[in-house]
Design a protein around this ligand. Sequence first.
Ligand SMILES: NC(=O)c1ccc[n+]([C@@H]2O[C@H](COP(=O)([O-])OP(=O)(O)OC[C@H]3O[C@@H](n4cnc5c(N)ncnc54)[C@H](OP(=O)(O)O)[C@@H]3O)[C@@H](O)[C@H]2O)c1
Length: 294
Amino acid sequence: MEIRGTTKLTGLFGYPVSHSLSPVFQNAAFEHLGIDCVYIPLEVKPENLEIAVEAIRVFNFVGVNVTIPHKRSIVNFMDEIDEEVEILGVVNTVCNKNGKLKGYITDGKGFVKSLKEEGKFTVKDKVAFILGAGGSAYAISGALVREKIGKIYIINRTYENGIKLKEHLKEKMKFTEVEVIPFEKRNERDYWKEADLIINTTSVGMKEGDVSLIEEKNLAYASFIYDIVYNRKTELIKSAEKLGIPHLDGISMLIYQGAISFEIWTGRKAPVDVMRRRLYQFLTGEGYNKKYGD
Ligand SMILES: NC(=O)c1ccc[n+]([C@@H]2O[C@H](COP(=O)([O-])OP(=O)(O)OC[C@H]3O[C@@H](n4cnc5c(N)ncnc54)[C@H](OP(=O)(O)O)[C@@H]3O)[C@@H](O)[C@H]2O)c1
């Protein structure tokens, strides 16, 4: 990639940002399509967010991604927001059209797209078990409802947060086929007989030594398991492999949510295979084909 006088800018606002994988696959996509644009990590302290948003206009950025801790606070600085941002109150993608900034959230759409395209799993009328009731659980459950999921069970450590998500789905999305299973009852077997899709949206699995929230015997009923944690192979994913259940990890969602951001900025179809291959090369240092057999 050659940076020239004409090169346009995109990047990631976050604090910290040094761990981010997005520059790897976004720049691979620009390079592959010959788009004269670069994606850079931009460390923005919370107190500098407003001035950083102004810099999007000043430097005529095509757009930016937004991560922790700015996803909620940046909404206040947008000229326009997408319909889904109105419901969720968070932004992970900003698009700059002649100085007008529009905020989008691509997490839920990216999740569902990865499930369809990479997982070959159809959501309609299925029963999903969602572990967690944090930010990503809101985005993912909303996207599942849009895809006409049949029923959602929520399991969350803090029961009240599970109930809040249930109420959110009822009020904002008019979805009533939703139940909260108390955390301490999560391994009671009867529930799991209904499971088609199990999704871990908690941060459990990120750390070495984290054990899976669900006993392995209860996973066997599922036809698909998705763990959105992406920094390591979790015990949940290891169990899915052992049981021979089709599964995806958080790398897939990461790439697809980034691919949607790319499409918003460029109007071009994102080269998802190129983005994925470059990221796996980066992560393994060995090459995608060798390590992952795709
Ligand atoms: N692949 C991707 O593209 C992608 C995108 C977004 C996020 N993620 C990953 O998703 C995970 C969650 O992110 P988030 O933004 O949704 O976080 P969040 O809003 O902070 O929510 C965290 C959730 O995890 C639960 N939790 C935390 N520690 C737990 C524990 N020890 N035992 C049981 N439950 C626990 C919390 O339960 P309480 O309500 O009880 O606190 C809450 O439901 C992170 O690993 C993040 O990296 C991946």
